[in-house]
Design a protein. Structure first.
Lengths: 132, 132
DNA sequence: TCATAATGTATAGTGTCTATGTACAATAGA
DNA sequence: TCTATTGTACATAGACACTATACATTATGA
């Protein structure tokens, strides 16, 4: 009955689909190395309760991550984190990232964040990515 | 009959809604100061043809930008860029940006972009935002 | 072993969103 | 005024997001 700290939080009021927020949040944790290979993610029903959504919504998210190679899913056993082979970036992926990044920053500035503040966050993340 | 360079390009194959890509792309241009107050955006039908979508789809995008204060819309006259009062960033906006940024970077890395490359792009954008 | 709980999966239903087709209304320009 | 230009309104089709419910598989422990 481990009901420790929820792995994740989402914004139900957001116009962004819940399953997408879940995928994005978990992927970020996975990329950050927060889970070791063999670790088990919470059961869909448990995470669903924590987040306030239906368990099928969590299941859908898990399936996306399985598709991406992050998870092994099976009934009865759960969602197990997998060692995932590095993949080679497509040129499209790089361009997509570039575009989305620009749009995201523009949105933040449009929302009133000072450019300096946005730049600061960008540099901070860049630093976190290159350290070690 | 000015049919100069298209203002914008979108990816019709993307799972991202076309109108959202249009909004995001135009907003980025607006934030970058590519349009002066009083400039006219292309008529919905013209841009629709350039992008390969229905004119109502472009119209929906224009309406979003009008809602955000970027445009003045009216029949017969077109979509005119407006001077837009700066707004004060809500705490939620800052947190939202932070979260989205992390997820975006994680997605890029998951797609195979080297962390160094992602960091590079982040720093490059930060530089562009702070110059001048 | 066997019953039961735990866990992911399948399917159907409902409401919303996205994009389009078509017709309409307001403005500009000759 | 007449016509072209431009944004708008509304209906429709299809896809999508989320939920309810039942099912299949695996683990657990008596």
């Amino acid at each position: 009955m481990t009901h420790g700290v929820p792995v994740l939080r989402i914004d139900l009021g957001s116009d962004r689909p819940a399953y997408e927020q879940i995928v994005g949040g978990l992927r970020a944790l996975l990329v950050a190395g927060e889970f070791a290979s063999g670790d088990r993610l919470p059961p869909v029903r448990q995470l669903a309760i924590d987040l306030g959504v239906h368990h099928n919504t969590v299941a859908e998210s898990y399936r996306v991550l399985e598709q991406e190679g992050w998870l092994d899913l099976s009934r009865g056993r759960g969602a197990i984190v997998r060692r995932r082979p590095e993949r080679k970036a497509s040129p499209a992926a790089k361009q997509e990232f570039s575009r989305r990044l620009e749009e995201l920053a523009a949105k933040a500035i449009a929302d009133g964040l000072p450019r300096a503040s946005v730049a600061e966050q960008l540099k901070a993340l860049a630093g976190r990515l290159t350290e070690t």
